[in-house]
Design a protein around this ligand. Structure first.
Ligand code: HEC
Length: 159
């Protein structure tokens, strides 16, 4: 009985409860940001995803230097990108005209080439505003040879 009135014990248990509460709240914040994918918390917790170029950027930059834009244009028809991406009008998908210029400003710290490459191999990494996710073909990463992706990027950069 004497113990419960002891001020030191009271302070200590206050401290334990305080630390416990912080840990529990911290756990829920982490769990929420991980599983519910809350964007602001997620970007705070993984700053490298926002503050630096994606890891494939340098390789894409080099590959696109020696890529073949004329072949890219033919691939655009062969892969039927043209079914959705029209030359000069925004329809089912963003138009081809101005693609390179828009690509440069789409994601922070992404070069235009890195962004275009990512749009082909991982289309949901960034979904263009006002367009639905999941319409752009999702499995080019498995079905398209790397060289084709680079040639397509080289061509789109010039549009
Ligand atoms: C079935 C329709 C469809 C096909 C086929 C398609 N796309 Fe897309 N694509 C979309 C849609 C819709 C978006 C916008 C939504 C998004 O970001 O996923 C998009 C977005 C893009 C973007 C980003 C454009 C921007 O303005 O930021 C690129 C680059 C792109 N596609 C390239 C291609 C290439 C290259 C092919 C062919 C190899 C292709 N797409 C085939 C529907 C399609």
């Amino acid at each position: 009985m004497a113990q419960s009135g002891n001020p030191t014990t009271a302070r200590l248990s206050g401290l334990v409860i305080g630390v416990g509460a912080v840990l529990i709240i911290g756990f829920f914040v982490l769990a929420l940001s991980t599983f519910a994918g809350l964007p602001p918390l997620k970007s705070l917790l993984t700053p490298h995803a926002v503050l630096s170029a994606p890891e494939f950027a340098a390789a894409v930059e080099v590959a696109v230097q020696s890529a073949d834009p004329a072949r890219g244009e033919r691939l655009y028809s062969q892969y039927a990108c043209s079914a959705c991406h029209l030359p000069e009008s925004m329809g089912t998908a963003p138009m081809i005209k101005g693609m390179g210029e828009r690509a440069a400003g789409r994601r922070p710290n992404y070069s235009a080439a890195a962004y275009l490459y990512e749009s082909i191999v991982d289309p949901n990494a960034f979904v263009v505003p006002d367009y639905p996710a999941g319409v752009m073909i999702q499995n080019f990463k498995e079905t398209m040879p790397e060289r084709d992706a680079y040639d397509l990027v080289a061509w789109m950069l010039k549009q």
